[in-house]
Design a protein around this ligand. Structure first.
Ligand code: CP
Ligand code: NVA
Length: 312
């Protein structure tokens, strides 16, 4: 496996290896302080980022490398240079490319045309690196035996819902996406792919419009913003109305399992997708989850640049 372009690229063995290594980086951030010594990693983002940018830059630094952060408007790519020419140039200077942008197809094209690992740091369709941090958080809370547990995403059927279903499928979990039907449901192709993976791993993939049935006895309630980067403002009012039954409130949390946790990739909008009392309450693990962004990206860079992931 050369790149991490989509969550579905990862095998269960890859995720286990990455989470083990991330755990080691958590204990000793400088365990592999020369892995990228005298090397550089390009981080190119055409959308804003707080966590992923900071996690990526610090991860590179902890591996002894130099992060080169490039904003969307700073490459000739924005002035018509092709993706393939850009990929070739970046490959000549850097050991890896971390990219956040809109179209998944642009990331796929960079992957095909780069000789170095390309890592998807969020597209309109997926957010694989987030899910590594999420599953490290899940493992930290519940251990490796997740049998009998239910992992529920509530809200917009967006990039996070896709990544949640796909990673749950890879991990053999019972995963649920509770979303409105129609325009804000997860992409049917992604659900189909998750079900295909689930057949091999023993996972259960469920998509529902019923937030209460989904939350009943759940081990995790997970949510994300209702308006993602790039979503048209003209849809805001209609979208918020459709999503309001899926807000994670104290009522919903009260019907989950006794040891349940609340997760959110952040940024959050208190009073929209989640009540302040839930996200700032005793079941919330958001800060630990955000902290795991660095160690998991560090593990990903470490193993991808060494060619140690098998892929699906
Ligand atoms: N969760 C996440 O990707 O956050 P940023 O958009 O701040 O990077
Ligand atoms: N769905 C959100 C995730 C942010 C981390 C977005 O794409 O804006």
């Amino acid at each position: 496996m050369k790149d991490l372009l989509r969550t579905q690229d990862l095998s269960r063995a890859d995720v286990d290896l990455l989470l083990d290594t991330a755990g080691e980086f958590s204990e000793n951030p400088l365990r592999s302080a020369t892995a990228l010594a005298n090397k550089s990693v390009a981080i190119y983002m055409t959308k804003p980022s707080t966590r992923t940018r900071l996690a990526s830059e610090t991860a590179v630094a902890h591996l002894g490398g130099t992060p080169i952060f490039i904003r969307g408007d700073e490459l000739q790519l924005g002035r018509g240079e092709t993706i393939s020419d850009t990929a070739r140039i970046i490959s000549g200077f850097c050991e890896a490319l971390i990219i956040r942008t809109f179209a998944q197809s642009d990331v796929d094209e960079l992957g095909v045309n780069s000789s170095i690992p390309v890592i998807n740091a969020l597209t309109d369709d997926d957010h694989p690196t987030q899910l590594l941090a999420d599953w490290l958080t899940i493992r930290e809370n519940f251990g490796k035996d997740i049998s009998g547990r239910k992992f529920v995403y509530l809200g917009d059927g967006n990039n996070m819902s896709h990544a949640w279903l796909t990673m749950g499928a890879i991990m053999g979990a019972h995963v649920v996406a509770a979303t409105p039907s129609g325009a804000w449901a997860p992409d049917a192709k992604v659900v189909e792919k998750a079900k295909e993976i689930a057949k091999k791993t023993g996972a259960t993939i469920e998509v529902t419009n019923d937030p209460e049935a989904a939350s009943k006895d759940a081990s995790v309630l997970y949510t994300d913003v209702w308006m993602s980067m790039g979503d048209p403002e003209s849809e805001r009012a209609e979208k918020i109305k459709a999503l309001s039954p899926f807000a994670v409130t104290e009522n919903l949390m009260s019907i989950t399992a006794a040891d349940s946790i609340f997760m959110h990739c952040l940024p959050a909008h208190r009073g929209e997708e989640v009540s302040a009392s839930v996200i700032d309450g005793p079941k919330s693990v958001i800060w630990r989850e955000a902290y795991h962004r660095r160690t998991t990206i560090q593990a990903l860079l470490y193993h991808l640049t060494r060619g140690e992931l098998s892929g699906n």
